[in-house]
Write a protein that binds this ligand. Structure first.
Ligand code: UDX
Length: 452
């Protein structure tokens, strides 16, 4: 099938590359011409494991443009994967979405075309996008009366494993109020639903992974599934962090508690890692948007609100722990290990490291930091904060009164901790992710504390 993808961010580029890889003819569009030029030259603007490799294999089926007139007319399916960044109220900013919908509507060629919301959009946006498309068709100068149908196909990609999550998803959700749209998307995704595409050598199909469940439903349900999934995952993390508070007081081991409850198949062991809590572009944005949408109907969501409150508090607890250890923060030097919001990505959106660094700087602390991948992006996006970026973790440790492990990059587990302890002014480390071997660090001469 012929596919157009509007937006070449994490979601758009990953979706386009995967659909091209399984055999569809895909045109990726972005209004940022420099991005399009870079993509045409094979340069990828984001760090996502295997994306470059899959793109190279899919290249014969892929093209890049900044022209809607080029991307839209022949497309059977158009995915909208533009940003919907949060506004101060929590409601998402939909200007990019509405601009994309209008541009799509103005460039149809008269054939039946399915327009798919891949971006996380407020519940009810499908109908709104449909009205924008109809208005644009009316005003279209090319004389075509394209028959557009709108669908929702929420993404569940985790950064750092986006290619795996796209080719081997837990499920595919499609929502539409027109059967033709559902049928088109079912055809589009057949190779993934039936797992009939040849698996990439570097990203093999998981054992016994033979089929993917399809949830084919109405528009509103598909849109709500996305928010409910992210809100529940965020809630699960905040739940274990709330239990962690009690564990710390009663002397329990929160990692053991998480293991003990996670073995209950009704709970499941994933997303029960206690620590600094969630960051990233999704959980904060989607829980805020869900609360804002509920608010439009006069509804409150105390559980989702609580998940956000608990998560925000985890960053404050870093300062509390450091004050307990150092008594005075002003004039101290504190090193952060890890900046990205999680390992295997360079994404800094809502990264705990940024909020923690700011809290420390506001208290007169000299902050040093290292990240194996995200330092360059940090310098570009947050260079004015005054954080001293170091090329190695060892240089972060030099002269430090404390280290904080913020992002659990595997590199940090392999450090020569005895050496680091000797380089520090005060050999103390706060492990924000329960990622390090506390006994080994104590044997190396460090005082080791966790954020439970
Ligand atoms: C998330 C959802 O998982 C994905 O389905 C959705 O499409 C987009 O948002 P992502 O934000 O990329 O994906 O990362 P994820 O792996 O979910 O982690 C989110 C945050 O939660 C990270 O900051 C991570 O450090 C934190 N986390 C995760 C925990 O604190 N504890 C856990 O047990 C798991």
């Amino acid at each position: 099938m012929r596919v157009a993808i509007i937006g070449t961010g994490y979601v758009g580029l990953t979706t386009g590359v995967c659909l091209a890889f399984i055999g569809h003819s895909v045109t990726c569009l972005d209004t940022d011409e420099s991005k399009i030029r870079a993509l045409r030259e094979g340069h990828i603007p984001i760090y996502e494991p295997y994306l470059e490799e899959v793109l190279e294999e899919a290249r014969p089926n892929l093209s890049f443009t900044s022209s809607y007139a080029e991307a839209i007319p022949d497309a059977d399916v158009v995915f909208i994967a533009v940003g919907t960044p949060p506004t101060p109220s929590g409601a998402p900013n939909l200007e990019y979405l509405s601009q994309a919908a209008r541009s799509i509507g103005q460039n149809g060629n008269g054939n039946f075309t399915v327009v798919v919301n891949k971006s996380t959009v407020p519940i009810g946006s499908g109908n709104w996008v449909g009205s924008l498309l109809r208005d644009a068709v009316e005003q279209s100068s090319n004389g075509h009366k394209t028959d557009f149908a709108v669908a929702s196909n929420p993404e569940f990609l985790r950064e750092g494993t986006a290619l795996h999550d796209s080719l081997y998803p837990d499920r595919i959700v499609i929502g539409a109020d027109e059967p033709r749209a559902l049928e088109t998307l079912y055809t589009l995704y057949r190779p993934i639903l039936d797992q009939t595409f040849p698996a990439p050598v570097f990203l093999p199909r998981p054992d016994n992974f033979a089929a993917v469940p399809l949830v084919s439903t109405d528009l509103a349900s598909a849109e709500l599934i996305k928010y409910a999934a992210n809100a529940f995952l965020a809630l699960k993390i905040s739940f274990i962090n709330e239990i962690g508070l009690v564990a710390e007081r009663v002397g329990a081991n929160i990692t053991e508690v998480a293991r003990g409850i996670g073995l209950d198949s009704r709970i499941g062991s994933r997303f029960l890692s206690a620590g600094l809590g969630w960051g990233g572009s999704c959980f904060g944005k989607d829980t805020a948007a869900l609360i804002a949408t509920a608010g439009e109907y006069g509804l409150h969501m105390p559980i989702v609100e609580a998940a956000r409150t608990v998560n925000s508090r985890q960053r404050d607890r870093v300062v509390e722990k450091l004050l307990q250890e150092l008594k005075i923060l002003k004039g101290r030097t504190i090193g952060l290990l890890g900046l990205a919001f999680k390992p295997n990505t360079d994404d800094l959106r809502e990264a705990p490291a940024i909020e923690i660094a700011q809290k420390l700087i506001d208290r007169g602390v000299r902050v040093k930091a290292h990240d194996p991948i995200a330092s360059e992006r940090f310098q570009r996006e947050h260079g004015k904060m005054g954080v001293c970026l170091c090329p190695t973790a060892e240089e972060v440790a030099d002269g430090c009164d404390a280290l904080v492990l913020v992002t659990e990059w595997s590199d940090y587990r392999e450090l020569e901790w005895e050496q680091l302890a000797k380089r520090m002014r005060n050999p103390f480390i706060l492990d924000g992710r329960h990622a390090l071997d506390g006994d080994k660090l104590v044997r190396s001469g460090l005082r080791y504390v966790t954020i439970s």
